[in-house]
Design a binder for this molecule. Structure first.
Ligand code: ADP
Ligand code: MG
Length: 458
């Protein structure tokens, strides 16, 4: 089997599971061998191996079959080549850390590439450049601001705060700034971090008593790029730390670039002082690309694969996925891989057959569905979660259900308590806070939450 086919399978997995799960469990996998009806997938560590075996094997087998592969057995092997050169010396190597670190990497999960072909320069993915970014409605202003900053970092639009929906090109653009600054000045210190990574590193720094190193690292940046700031919601200590980092850099005229899925005014529990700092510079809203822009993006991406798509296929894809460009790319890659494997030229018929299934997500989930899903994930009876039992294997799922009710449905604490059959709403407050805290360093809890959510929306 061709690596491409595995990449096509990954492309479909990406559309099935959440972004977090994809990055955590699938991103660094690749095809090792397909021989004698045994298909071997290389994975970076034992943790991921177990997850794939236990949780995702059925999905993988199903998607392999969908792509015309029917191996008798799928094996997952730890493949040393995949973990090389990812750590710097001062990073503690602990399992939870490593996993979060991976999930915190920038979006390199395009199905047509593997980790081996990427090189990171201080967290930057060199594929994200201005050249490969299609400018059109919805992103023109963001593009122009980023371009100006890349020319003269730290002088205007400081901080730049870019916000917009998932897969709309935020990470691509802010990384393009970093790459362009580096191209102009190879000794520039560009620090790119996702907010999750920032948080995790801070937690580790506290744990390993390295907070000075942490502060020094972030405050020595010429350009600090922090992705997905919405994840700082509810994390008071982090907000404080970030506030000081921000001030130190801003005073020294260093450029700060922030992305988020919502404007500062809508990030819950964002401290007022941070909110006002973010308003100092420029805030830009990235909108969904219009039809023409989506067509242009598809054509550009197809071109990068040396493929030519007939106009009806381009238009079909542009109509199929309207807002999330990552999904758009996923659909395109799936189509290209499918055709390449079979030596076919892409046409409308193939595209419709392959991608015709609905990929829309139900918007409304109920409290009951959340509790059910959580119970199912932990394989405990729903009655137990709703009942009086205090065993740990019931209490944790109950707390996680409360957490998800809060984070997904924004229910009030008394309502959460009622949904779980509790009388006292302080239990709900305590549970939500506990899980919030634990999920930032406990990778098992984090993975559970990600997966439950992903199934909810699947
Ligand atoms: P976000 O960070 O907003 O969720 P990303 O920056 O990760 O989105 O973009 C998702 C994918 O879509 C990336 O592969 C990116 O290269 C691609 N993409 C988004 N916008 C554009 C664009 N205007 N031109 C080319 N590629 C784009
Ligand atoms: Mg992003």
């Amino acid at each position: 089997m061709h690596e491409d086919l595995w990449q096509a399978v990954l492309g479909e997995i990406e559309l099935t599971v959440s972004r977090g799960s994809f990055v955590t469990w699938f991103k660094n996998t690749h095809l090792v061998r397909h021989k004698d009806n045994v298909l071997v997938i290389g994975v970076p560590n034992v943790f991921i191996k177990q997850q794939l075996e236990r949780k995702y094997n059925d999905l993988i087998v199903e998607l392999l079959a969908k792509n015309g592969m029917h191996p008798e057995r799928v094996e997952y092997k730890i493949h040393a080549g995949l973990v090389q050169a990812k750590k710097t010396d001062d990073e503690p190597m602990i399992l939870g850390r490593q996993q979060t670190d991976q999930s915190a990497r920038p979006a390199v999960n395009q199905p047509n590439t593997t980790v081996l072909t990427h090189s990171y320069r201080q967290g930057l993915n060199e594929r994200y450049t201005f050249d490969t970014f299609v400018v059109g409605s919805g992103n023109e202003l963001a593009y122009a601001a980023c371009g100006a900053i890349a020319q003269n970092p730290g002088t205007k639009y400081n901080p730049l705060f870019l916000y917009g929906g998932v897969g709309i090109g935020k990470t691509h653009l802010i990384q393009a700034v970093g790459n362009a600054v580096l191209a102009n000045n190879p000794s520039a210190r560009i620090v790119y971090a996702s907010t999750e990574q920032f948080v995790q590193e801070f937690v580790d720094a506290l744990r390993f008593k390295k907070t000075t190193d942490f502060a020094k690292h972030y405050r020595s940046a010429d350009v600090l790029i922090v992705d997905d700031m919405q994840f700082i919601a509810g994390k008071e200590k982090m907000q404080e730390e970030f506030f000081h980092t921000f001030n130190a850099l801003h005073q020294a005229n260093k450029q700060i670039i922030i992305s988020s899925d919502k404007p500062p005014s809508e990030i819950p529990t964002l401290e007022e002082r941070l909110r006002s700092r973010f308003a100092w510079g420029m805030q830009i809203d990235m909108q969904n690309p219009d039809f023409e822009t989506r067509c242009a993006i598809i054509q550009t991406k197809a071109h990068m694969h040396d493929a030519v798509l007939p106009t009806p296929v381009v238009e079909y894809l542009a109509n199929l996925v309207q807002s999330n460009i990552r999904e758009l790319e996923g659909a395109l890659n799936q189509l290209l891989a499918f055709c390449e494997m079979r030596g076919l030229a892409p046409d409308l018929q193939i595209a419709t057959n392959l991608l015709g299934g609905t990929r829309s997500r139900p918007k409304h989930i109920s409290a009951k569905q959340i509790i059910e899903r959580t119970a199912k994930y932990f394989q405990v009876p729903m009655e137990d979660i709703l009942g009086p039992k205090r065993d740990k294997d019931i209490v944790v799922p109950r707390q996680i259900a409360m957490y998800i009710l809060r984070s997904e449905l924004h229910l009030s604490f008394p309502k959460i308590a009622r949904e779980l059959g509790r009388k006292d709403h302080t239990t709900a407050i305590h549970s939500v806070e506990k899980i919030e805290k634990e999920s930032s360093f406990d990778s098992t809890i984090k993975a559970a939450i990600t997966e439950i959510k992903e199934r909810l929306y699947a």
